[in-house]
Design a protein around this ligand. Structure first.
Ligand code: FMN
Length: 359
């Protein structure tokens, strides 16, 4: 029914307006206890044999919502009711910014894909700290995506990442440096040797200062799917040198290979089905090069439980989805996790950790 509605009716409405309406619904439903309870009862997946310990945290199951969905931390309880096991907030920049001019979000139905060139629209770290403070009793793990303002020069980018980290440190369980969005000019240059070592040094130092006597919370790096092997090697090696807690693979791609959808020549990052294979290849590459030393969060084109399995078999400990959720609707998590459990039972896998890096 959702797919029918999505294709027939929602097709005529601007995707960003639909997203706004969905966020409003999640905000309201998440804050009204009986609706939240009902939604959770109907939409949360069963959790047998799913507990995952990683990054010093416990996750009910591997599937979280990807960066960019709840940019301002407006609807964490609503996302919780949809059954996701963890939430990424952001990408957050120091100052509020409007992002790129609209229209900047396009669906490609034939390809089950989205092209976006949002450009980090967000309410800025002060307002988002306020929103997160109001959610401080939220129980599931929260990760916060750190970004830089469009106007900040690349040579001073590290200051933006550190500012956001300092403002939001107490609210996040772990943090992700986003240096891989294609929609902020030159941002992806931060993945190169010329910038990355310095950036990681400054952000890690700030994390240690924030932690004081405690163990610093983990810092992860989110990477692009468009890197060459040599660039990936540099990035992985620098990440290991700087004791990065994990890698998120991947962000959206600039590739337009094999697309059929009418919007295929729009500028921006492509996500969804066409990204699936490439992001899985990157996960496998990172897993092999790091010899499984650090956790990988696999993201890109997850639509069902088999896709989750594939990402984990390539080396991901956790996974995230955005586009698959948009196309599959509110039952997405429940269906994907139920299918994953059925496959575990069919293949005689008792502990979900056995899947990681198995193929
Ligand atoms: C509309 C939209 C906005 C996004 N915004 C962000 C963002 O702010 N920060 C980020 O790290 N990733 C962002 N992403 C990328 C997703 O987090 C994810 O890496 C990518 O979409 C691939 O996953 P998917 O195929 O499941 O969508 C965005 C994706 C979409 C579709």
């Amino acid at each position: 029914m959702y797919t029918f509605l999505y294709r027939r009716l929602l097709k005529w409405i601007d995707p960003e307006q639909i997203h706004g309406l969905a966020m409003l619904f999640l905000k309201v439903s998440g804050s009204v206890a009986p609706i939240h309870y009902l939604m959770s009862r109907v939409l949360s997946p069963p959790l047998e044999s799913m507990g995952i310990e990683t990054l010093g945290l416990t996750f009910d199951h591997p599937l979280g919502v990807a960066g960019g969905f709840d940019k301002d931390a407006c609807c964490l309880p609503g996302i919780d009711a949809l059954g996701f096991s963890f939430v990424e907030v952001g990408t957050v920049t120091p100052l509020a910014q409007p992002g790129n001019p609209r229209k900047r979000l396009f669906r490609l139905y034939e390809d089950e894909a989205i092209i976006n060139r949002m450009g980090f629209p967000n309410a800025g770290m002060v307002k988002i700290a306020h929103n997160l403070h109001a959610m401080r009793y939220f129980k599931k793990p929260i990760c916060i995506s750190l970004g830089k303002n469009k106007a900040t020069d690349l040579s001073l980018a590290y200051e933006d990442y550190v500012k956001v980290l300092q403002a939001l440190y107490e609210y996040g369980d772990f943090f992700i440096i986003n240096i891989s969005s294609p929609n902020t000019p030159e941002l992806r240059k931060l993945q190169t040797r010329a910038y990355l070592g310095d950036l990681l040094h400054h952000v890690q130092q700030s994390l240690r200062e924030q932690a004081g006597e405690d163990k610093p919370k983990p810092l992860l790096v989110k990477i692009a799917p468009d890197l060459e092997d040599r660039e990936l090697d540099t990035l992985i090696d620098l990440s290991l040198q700087h004791q990065i807690g994990g890698i998120v693979a991947t962000n959206t791609t600039l590739s337009r290979e094999g697309l059929r959808g009418a919007n295929r020549s729009e500028e921006g990052g492509l996500s969804g089905r066409p990204l699936h294979q490439r992001s899985t290849e990157i996960i496998r590459y990172v897993y092999r090069r790091t010899q499984g030393q650090i956790p990988i969060i696999g993201v890109g084109g997850i639509f069902d439980g088999d896709d989750v399995w594939e990402k984990m078999a390539a080396g991901a400990t956790l996974v995230q989805a955005y586009t698959g959720f948009i196309y599959r609707g509110p039952c997405f998590v429940k269906k994907a996790i139920t299918q994953l459990q059925q496959r575990m039972a069919a293949e005689g896998v008792r502990d979900i950790g056995e899947i990681v890096g198995s193929g």
